[in-house]
Design a protein around this ligand. Structure first.
Ligand code: NAD
Length: 480
């Protein structure tokens, strides 16, 4: 075992970059800290412009051969990666939980199987990706999805491997090569993915993983002239920096950003379902981009809704994310906790009332919080908190419901609870959101378009939309 190996619950994780099929160390490191107990898990290679350039060069060198590899062979290797993920679900689950504090039970049973599915889905989608040829005055139009080149993929810490592979899988399927930069607060499972991909037979340089702070390695990746696509999931301020940097070479961008999504509860809806869905918004300690953090409830049922919500939310068990019985784990970092508490204390000072929570707990835990008496233009209603903090506002008619729902700068998702299908149709048609759920939440099919409107993002990924983004789509017109 090398001096660069970190052992996490018995699992060996290499703390170096993975560039051109080799492990590469930086001279400097950064500490990776577990949110569970604040302990340092290990020291990770701290990449700079040098490693960024080396990784893009490796991706560029590997591109022609991978792009020329048949669709069938690319799909076979992606399925082999999925096999590798499935074999290591337990290891990936415990490493990710240690790294980002999300529930072990979700990683085991939901997230890691979904990671494998990301590879299988895009492998299979690639094989049936087609567009019927069509005729123009006797000329044939043929559409093809050509590989675009090296892709830079930058991902956040709230669902590290899930969000990384949601990009890596279609990028590789499309015949591109990849430089993946995971978040510095959760660097470990990306390193394991590099091992799994190599074991599955992915040629050297096709997938590269670089570690480090976004402020130190980010610009070198996103402004590089050889990079042909940048896909980013993260915050709005970082997205703006990346867009400026990518402008140097007009590199096409896909941006999946934050949200402040509404959950609308109409009086004609199933109130128990509405309460279930509302409590679900505390999942992952509220660190979910899609979370419906603004509860908008029709006046006549607001009191009963709140009573049932408080009863359900008070029964949630907060604690060690490795414990099967835990519902809410810690938040990712002391800095994130400061940010969450800052939002809540400012809201309380401005006149909000905490129905539950409203304060920190010991260590890195924040009490699940519901705030009422909030103005539509209050900071707590307008800005993404990214913690277990919900607000509740009431409305008196459909018009007001839609106005409140659309009343932020974001447009990632929305959830509507109603028993009236016609109302559902009317309201969803007027909502500004990339995804709208009616009487459900978080049901996601990889073939559906995914992305945000307004400040929640630019572009859509998923199914054919992913290939549209990761490929140079070409139309060939042939004379009769
Ligand atoms: P962040 O923007 O701080 O960081 C995301 C990534 O960007 C990290 O890997 C970071 O190192 C990197 N980065 C930082 N500065 C950079 C720079 N100048 N150049 C290049 N890369 C740089 O976001 P975060 O705090 O890690 O993630 C939380 C945010 O992500 C929330 O806003 C959340 O809503 C959003 N998110 C969106 C989705 C979605 O699909 N829409 C999914 C999950 C999370």
């Amino acid at each position: 075992m090398s001096q660069h190996t970190i052992t996490v619950a018995g699992v060996a994780v290499d703390a170096r970059h993975w560039i051109g099929g080799e492990r590469v160390a930086s001279t400097r490191t950064f500490p990776d800290v577990s949110p569970i107990d604040g302990s340092t898990i290990g020291e990770i290679s701290r990449g700079t412009a040098t490693e960024a350039a080396a990784a893009v060069a490796a991706a560029k060198a590997a591109f022609p051969a991978w792009a020329a590899t048949s669709r069938a062979e690319r799909a076979r290797i992606l399925h082999a990666i999925a096999d590798g993920v499935e074999k290591r679900i337990e290891e990936l689950a415990i490493v990710e939980t240690t790294d980002n504090g999300a529930l072990l039970r979700s990683h085991r049973r939901g997230v890691m199987p979904r990671v494998a599915h990301n590879f299988r889905f895009f492998a299979d989608w690639l094989l049936q990706l087609d567009h019927e040829d069509f005729d123009t005055r006797g000329h044939t139009n043929h559409v093809s999805w050509d590989p675009a080149g090296p892709c830079v993929l930058i991902t956040p810490w709230n669902a590290p491997l899930m969000l990384a592979t949601w990009k890596v899988a279609p990028a590789l399927a499309a015949g591109n090569t990849v430089v993946l930069k995971p978040a510095e607060w959760s660097p470990l499972t990306a390193s394991l993915l590099a091992d799994i991909a190599a074991e599955a037979g992915l040629p050297a340089g096709v997938l590269n993983v670089v570690q480090g702070y976004g402020s130190e390695i980010g610009d070198a990746l996103t402004s590089h002239p050889d990079v042909r696509r940048i896909s980013f999931t993260g915050s709005v301020p970082t997205a703006k920096r990346i867009a400026e940097s990518a402008a140097a070479h007009l590199t096409p961008l896909s941006l999946e950003l934050g949200g402040k999504s509404p959950l609308l509860v109409f009086a004609d809806g199933d109130l128990d379902l509405a309460v279930d869905l509302a409590v679900e918004q505390y999942d992952n300690a509220g660190q979910v981009c899609l979370a419906g953090t603004r509860l908008l409830v029709e006046e006549p049922v607001a009191e009963e809704f709140t009573r049932r919500f408080v009863e359900r939310a008070s029964a949630l068990k907060q604690g060690d994310p490795r414990d099967e019985a835990t519902d809410i784990g810690p938040n990712i970092h002391p800095r994130q906790l400061e940010k969450i508490d800052g939002f809540v204390q400012r809201a309380l000072a401005a006149g909000a009332r905490a129905v539950i929570g409203g304060h920190r707990k010991e260590d890195q835990y924040y009490a699940p919080t519901l705030l009422t008496d909030v103005a539509p233009d209050a900071e707590i209603v307008q800005e993404e908190v990214f913690g277990p903090v919900l607000t509740l506002q009431t409305f008196t008619d459909e018009e007001e419901a839609v106005r409140l729902a659309n009343g932020t700068r974001f447009g990632l998702a929305a959830t509507v609870v109603t028993g009236d299908p016609e109302r559902a149709e009317r309201v969803t048609a007027r909502l500004v959101a990339g995804t709208v759920w009616v009487n459900c939440f978080f049901v996601r099919d990889l073939q559906a378009p995914f992305g945000g409107s307004r400040l929640s993002g630019v572009g859509r990924e998923g199914g054919t939309w992913s290939f549209d983004f990761y490929c140079d789509v070409k139309n060939t017109v042939t004379a009769p």
